[in-house]
Design a protein around this ligand. Structure first.
Ligand code: AMP
Length: 143
């Protein structure tokens, strides 16, 4: 991890390559995915260059949080879908291909190309306690 080089999304932001723009404000751009896995597949990105969500500033995070549900509503209305997934990949082993933070809005329709394997296990209390201790320490150490 730790790779904030220029990506194709910077070129879109700079207007050097075109996109099908859905929404834009000072901090956020949304556009149609050029290889949609379902009808209406839309990407929402911060204008700030950050490869991974955990690297994003509070300002950009807040700006995305403010408009994401609104853009989801527009995608639902335009696609006619009643259900959708939000997908946000971080790291190549998490299937991230473009190293600029982006949220996929993926309407679930008959044509949906999204497959998901979900294999739940049981949370062990001792492991939960250990995790909580580490996470709370990490959170309290943050600015
Ligand atoms: P990810 O695997 O989460 O990094 O997904 C990157 C997404 O960006 C893929 O769904 C691509 O189809 C999409 N994508 C790549 N280049 C473009 C582009 N020029 N315009 C729109 N979408 C793009």
């Amino acid at each position: 991890m730790g790779n904030a080089n220029e990506t194709i999304f910077d070129k879109i932001l700079a207007g050097a390559i075109p996109c099908h723009r859905v929404y834009e404000d000072d901090r956020v751009l949304a556009f149609l995915d050029v290889n949609p896995i379902s009808f209406g597949h839309t990407l929402v990105i911060p204008k700030e260059r950050a490869a991974y969500l955990h690297e994003l500033s509070d300002e950009s995070s807040a700006a995305i949080g403010r408009v994401l549900p609104r853009i989801c509503r527009a995608v639902l209305q335009a696609s006619g879908a009643k259900a959708y997934n939000l997908l946000q990949n971080n790291g190549s082993s998490a299937h991230q291909a473009v190293f600029h933070v982006h949220f996929h809005i993926i309407p679930r329709l008959a044509d949906s190309g999204l497959g998901m394997e979900w294999t739940p296990t049981r949370l062990v209390p001792e492991i939960a306690a250990e995790l909580l201790e580490k996470m709370r320490a990490a959170l309290s150490a943050l600015p």
